[in-house]
Each structure stands twice: as structure tokens, then as C-alpha cells.
Design a protein around this ligand. Sequence first.
Ligand code: GLN
Length: 204
Amino acid sequence: MLIGLLGFQGAIEEHELILSSLGADSIRVKKASELIALDGLIFPGGESTTMLKMLEFSNLLNPLQSVLSQGLPVMATCAGLILLAKKTTSPVQKSLGQLDITVKRNGYGPQYFSFCEEVSIESFEKTFRAVFIRAPIILSTGPSVHVMARDHHGHPVFVRSGRQFGMTFHPELTQDDRIHRLFLNQIKKNSRRELCQDIQNGIT
Ligand code: GLN
């Protein structure tokens, strides 16, 4: 399995280590041609304005929008989630507009108010230690978006819409790989389903 990591800036290496420990290959994506042959994408946390500028500079906005609209699975964390969101506030910022949520950047306040919290995630037996670093707050979710976990205020912190997974925290900064495993398992399930459909349609 090959996962592309948006490779300009942010917590990239930490995701790479988890992916390789789970037996998945990864490449850093910095240009459109590197989107070919991917089974999934990860948008890491970091600084969304910088990433957006790099996406524009590298002419990656349209190619990303098109592979995501075609159903390429994506896991977006923190700044990555800001890029994936339909609407961004505080300040308003352009985005890929894929996931039907509105996010408020630095929603909990500046760096000083970064924190860790045990969150209960749907289908996980034990809580997950979530690391929030200048995290966004999800202000609203559209009808296609399912909330998998909330913080102690009740704000959604882990959402899913079909093949798109989004977290306001950094799952790569703990030793706990359950979220990455969930994402990879979902990709495997989908590709099996697609293969069955292709066989039924006589393509394979
Ligand atoms: N506050 C950052 C932004 O707006 C996101 C922080 C993070 O990814 N940890 O881009």
C-alpha cells in the first residue's frame, strides 16, 4: 500500500514512522505527478497558510481537488484538516473545500493553550490521548459528516465523511497507532470492494 504525505512542511516524519511500522509505504507529495498510484493521502499538521502557499506555488490545488473528489481516501490532521475543510475562519482562508465542516483556526487560543486530553473515539475500546497544538475548533458539520469523537467542551475533534477522515489533534505524536490502523484498514476494505465490483463488471 502506498500513502502520499503532503510533503512541504509540518509533522511529516512522525507519520512516515507509523506507516512503515504498519507495513505501508509512503512518499512525500510535492507535485501533481506524485499523486498517481497512491492508495491514500495524509495531510499532516503544521501551518496551514504556509502549506496553502506551497500548494498554490506548486500548482497542486486543482490536482488534489480532483483526486479527492474521485474518492482517494485522505486522513487530515490539524493544519491538514484546515486545508481539507469547506470553510475556514479566523481568518478566512482559501481551502480545498472537500470536507463539509467549518473550522476556526487556533480555536483554543495561541501555542500556550496547547493541551493533551483523553478522548473517547467511536469503536475504540480505550480512550485515545489526543495532542492539541494550536488546534482548530470545528464549529459546524454538514449532514454528510459523522462525528467520531468530541473534546470536553463537546466540540467535534474527529470526523469522518466517507473516505475522508479529519482530526483537530495530532495522532502521530503518540505511540498509539490505532487511528492510522483504522485509516489503512478502511483503504484495504474499499480496495477489496472495488476489486469485487471490477470482477463483477468484467474489468479484471
Ligand atoms: N494553527 C495552525 C494553522 O492554522 C495549525 C496547527 C497545527 O497543525 N498543529 O495552520
